[in-house]
Design a protein around this ligand. Structure first.
Ligand code: GAP
Length: 451
């Protein structure tokens, strides 16, 4: 049976996600939109649970980070100041014969593009590849009714800039003292040249970013602190520690804004292997200084006790909500044989806090008062957490359907329930079933879900 590192797993996961309503291809009935995905009923819950865990850890559970929700459309000068207009580019080569486009560093290209020796990796023709040209990854659109250059705006390629331009607004309105952070969750857009691997690299995605403003000179201490915090957070989602590692950026890899950077990488298995899910960056005073230059506004912090002003340094943590969702799915996906049964089972071993449905509730058979009692239990639990009532088909199949979507517990009302008011609670991972009095069910589940 394949496990999560088997090359076929991604294919099986994509199929499960579609079949069970986690993730669908965007505009599928029109043939799909390239590398854009829609989250279905279970997927939207899973991703929301991941975002809630992040928001709780970064904003709610601390008193030194404030939340923000900045707009996607920003003043076009923002992207000149940030360096994205000039620097957020990939060198690309085009084939004059087959019209395919490649990144200039595509390892399949043999020879120097633009010379007669270079061979197209798609059609195999020699001498048809153009010399590399720079291609900006930002999506452009137009603000207002007239399509002239004065009204060009960009879809943000990162959420971070919305935080920098609001640094003074947030600091003054909250009266936070340095060190403090600003966090936000939101969509970002990149016209990626080589998107793919399901929701790993897409053109529209969600980021969960936090910018921590510190006194210059303390930045590397905070950088180390945030590396540790973020690695712990990924482990707290149930990601296997053996599948997580740091990768330090070399000088060549560093983004235009970064003084130092580490990626948190997750081992997706198969051909992907270890890949970035989060970046922790020391951005120095690059962003605030540039926005100050371009806007003409001071973006400083006034340290009143020491009677001085300075431009803070920024330590950034930037994690993809979609990429984390994929990591959680890959981490949890298992196909198993079950002792004493001919059919195996597919399980999504999701952390209970992330599972879209917390409990399946089933009457063993559709008679003798069992459906009524099961429906009463479902109605009692539903205001506390998402539950799924199911009375159709063999009980074994109902369990399998919940295993496949990661539901941690299944509650069954059977003949004995009618006489002693107990029900069975089946654990997704151990398959152990124990009997619990229906009156204590809510408390028992709350306790087990919090483990
Ligand atoms: N503000 C810094 C920044 O945007 P990044 O390393 O370019 O840094 C941070 O992106 C995270 O955003 C990545 O670790 C990844 O999880 C996510 N991300 C970036 N591009 C993505 C894409 N095309 N599709 C899905 N997620 C992406």
């Amino acid at each position: 049976m394949p496990n999560a590192t088997h090359p076929d797993v991604m294919e099986r996961l994509v199929s499960l996600c579609k079949r069970r309503g986690f993730i669908f291809q965007s505009s599928e009935i029109y043939g799909g939109t390239g590398s854009v995905w829609d989250y279905g009923p279970l997927g939207v819950e899973l991703k929301k649970n991941i975002k809630d865990r992040w928001w709780h850890a970064m904003v709610r559970a601390r008193d030194d980070i404030e939340g923000l929700d900045a707009a996607i459309l920003m003043h076009p000068r923002v992207w000149e100041a940030s360096g994205h207009v000039a620097g957020f580019v990939d060198p690309l080569v085009d084939c004059r014969n087959c019209k395919k486009r490649f990144r200039a560093d595509d390892p399949r290209i043999k020879g120097e593009p633009g010379t007669p020796d270079a061979q197209c990796p798609a059609c195999g023709m020699k001498g048809t590849l153009n010399a590399p040209r720079l291609f900006n990854l930002m999506f452009k659109t137009y603000m207002g009714p007239v399509e002239d250059t004065a009204s060009v705006v960009y879809l943000r390629p990162e959420t971070a800039q919305g935080i920098y331009v609001n640094f003074v607004n947030v600091q003054q309105s909250t009266r936070q003292k340095i060190p403090f952070g600003i966090a936000q969750i939101g969509k970002a857009f990149r016209n990626e040249i080589t998107p793919g691997n399901f929701i790993f690299r897409t053109r529209e995605f969600e980021q969960m970013e936090m910018q921590f403003f510190v006194e210059p000179g303390t930045d590397m201490t905070w950088f180390e602190y945030w590396k540790g915090q973020r690695m712990q957070w990924h482990q707290s989602l149930g990601l296997d520690p053996a599948r997580l590692q740091f990768h330090q950026h070399t000088t060549e890899e560093l983004a235009h804004y970064a003084r130092a950077a580490f990626d948190v990488q997750f081992d997706f298995g198969g051909t992907l292997g270890f890949q970035e899910i989060e970046g922790v960056h020391n951005r120095g005073d690059f962003d605030l200084t540039r926005h100050s230059e371009y806007s003409g506004k001071k973006l400083e912090y006034v340290d009143q006790p020491n009677n001085r002003r300075y431009v803070p340094y920024v330590v950034e943590t930037s994690v993809g909500a979609d990429r984390t969702t994929l990591a959680v799915l890959v981490n949890g996906y298992r196909e198993e044989t079950v002792a004493g049964e001919s059919e195996g089972r597919t399980v999504l071993a999701l952390h209970p806090s992330l599972a879209p449905v917390k409990a399946g509730i089933f009457p063993l058979v559709k008679k003798d008062g069992m459906p009524e009692m099961a429906a009463r239990i479902a109605a009692d639990l539903r205001p506390r957490f998402p539950v799924f009532y199911d009375e159709a088909g063999a009980i074994g199949r109902r369990y399998r359907r919940q295993d496949e979507v990661g539901t941690p517990f299944c509650i069954t009302v059977d003949g004995q329930s009618m006489t002693d008011n107990t029900v069975t609670v089946r654990d997704r991972d151990t398959l152990v079933q124990d009997r619990v009095n229906a009156d204590n069910l809510r408390a028992v589940l709350e306790e087990r879900l919090a483990r």
